[in-house]
Ligand binder design. Structure first.
Ligand SMILES: Nc1ncnc2c1ncn2[C@@H]1O[C@H](COP(=O)(O)OP(=O)(O)OP(=O)(O)O)[C@@H](O)[C@H]1O
Length: 249
């Protein structure tokens, strides 16, 4: 479980450009919870994800993972169990390397030093089997350069790579914003499938209200650095899609 306790983030504190991006956030997200966060531009969604990932240090408050205070843990030390997928499909993978080499790199990042990875047929088979579950027909193209794939294919593979090794928490920061509707659907369905299969705790930021309605089992709205709505699974299921659009009118 990940817990955000009374977190504040003030950028440029004491300067004319001071911004209170997070204003007392309290949030507990359990294993198997898939939380979707919506909110207007500048409401603090990315800052919240960044404090969980460790790329932004909170001005006050704590981040707790499974009862351990990780507030001061740098982001690279969280990457063993925390994966992030960003808006830009190019950011998660190396264009000049093949699919299999990208999986090798991802595996090396999360394994103990000295462990030999990726040279065995077993590793290649394991990767191919996993890629086949995406049903994108990419399992026979593992030697193809990542840069030759579409944005949607790359995002789907980035997701798979992120969660294959010891990942507990998946943070998705508008992962489909740069994709056409068909590719966006493939990526969201892939994310949903992987979150369930790997029993992940997941947080998705999206401006796509249809996705916010369709996916996840908890729905949060942020406004001015605070959580202004927090709908449980039952409340979300009882809500009609047009009500969600009214939140922004
Ligand atoms: N590094 C930074 N330095 C100064 N101000 C920042 C920084 N990052 C974010 N902010 C400000 O903090 C506030 C919250 O930004 P944040 O990106 O978290 O919002 P958001 O809800 O993710 O917005 P969007 O939907 O537009 O991506 C905004 O006013 C933003 O300008």
């Amino acid at each position: 479980m990940i817990e955000i306790r009374d977190v504040y983030k003030i950028y440029n504190k004491g300067q004319v450009s001071e911004v209170k991006a997070l204003n007392g956030i309290n949030l507990k997200v359990d294993i198997n919870e898939f939380v979707v966060i919506v909110g207007s531009n500048g409401s603090g969604k990315s800052t919240l994800l960044n404090t969980i990932a460790g790329s932004v240090m909170p001005t006050a408050g704590s981040i707790i993972l499974d009862n351990e205070d990780i507030t001061k843990l740098p982001d690279h030390q969280r990457s063993k169990w925390l994966a992030r997928v960003f808006q830009n499909p190019l950011s998660g993978t190396a264009s000049g390397l093949s699919i299999i080499d990208n999986f090798r790199l991802a595996a090396i990042r999360t394994q103990p030093k000295g462990l030999k990875i990726g040279i065995s047929d077993q590793f290649i088979k394991q990767v191919k089997d996993k890629i086949a579950t995406l049903e994108l027909g990419l399992e026979d193209k593992v030697n193809q350069q990542m840069g030759t794939l579409s944005g949607g294919q790359r995002q789907a593979l980035t997701l798979l790579m992120s969660v294959m090794d010891s990942c507990k928490i998946l943070l998705l920061d508008e992962p489909t914003a740069a994709l056409d509707p068909r590719s966006a659907n493939i990526v969201m369905q892939t994310a949903d499938k992987l979150i369930k299969e790997f029993n992940l705790t997941a947080i998705l930021i999206t401006h796509n209200l249809k996705d916010a309605y369709t996916y996840g089992n908890r729905l949060i709205q942020m406004g001015e650095g605070q959580i202004i709505r927090d709908l449980s699974t039952a409340q979300k299921e009882a809500m009609q899609q047009n009500h969600l659009f009214e939140w922004f009118s």
